[in-house]
Design a protein around this ligand. Structure first.
Ligand code: ZN
Length: 189
């Protein structure tokens, strides 16, 4: 987790040069030799631009989605609603439209949709025998990809047991083939 955060911060530093707003603010601040623009609540902290004391995430859709994923998909009690996810993201990060972007992401999240559909099924239609009685018989599988992880892993396989709501995270590579996946299941679950 900590490692993912460090990767994100590194990416933010690299992307900074692509965001005109940040470039302008940083240049202005350097010109007048100050570390904080009080009226716009901007601050410079090393290579990072802070806005309202949060790390400003430059205008890079992929990067912003990655940050949302970090707080929506990965924590053990993951896949929270849009308000909770927004709260988690904005503890550390900020950009214009962050709430809207998180809302859109959560609404479009495939795993959230599947969980919602299950809990909203009318109780009368669910026979008792359909309730999974054994652990790890009803699983939901999700992937988090395009990560920069250690030990040559760049993706996380997320497996959720619908009965216990227990979630397993398995580091893997995106290139892992079906055969490798079966092995990961056998070895990790
Ligand atoms: Zn979700």
């Amino acid at each position: 987790m900590e490692e993912l955060e460090i990767n994100i911060v590194e990416k933010i530093k690299k992307t900074r040069g692509k965001d005109e707003k940040v470039i302008r603010v940083v240049e202005e601040m350097k010109k007048v030799g100050i570390r904080a623009l009080r009226d716009e609540e901007w601050q410079l902290e090393g290579d990072l631009a802070l806005k309202k004391r949060k790390v400003y995430v430059p205008k890079d859709e992929e990067l912003r989605v990655e940050i949302i994923q970090l707080y929506h998909n990965i924590p053990v009690a993951g896949h929270r609603g849009k308000w909770k996810t927004t709260e988690l993201v904005t503890r550390n990060y900020w950009w214009l439209g962050v709430t809207r972007d998180v809302g859109r992401y959560v609404e479009g999240c495939d795993m959230c949709q599947r969980m919602k559909n299950r809990t909203e099924a009318p109780a009368g239609k669910l026979k008792l025998s359909e309730v999974p009685e054994r652990l790890w018989t009803y699983l939901m599988v999700d992937f988090i990809t395009k990560l920069l992880l250690a030990a040559e892993k760049n993706a996380i396989l997320v497996v959720c047991d619908m009965l216990s709501k227990m979630i397993h995270f398995i580091a893997m590579t995106e290139e892992t083939l079906a055969e490798g996946l079966a092995r990961l299941f056998r070895d990790n679950i």
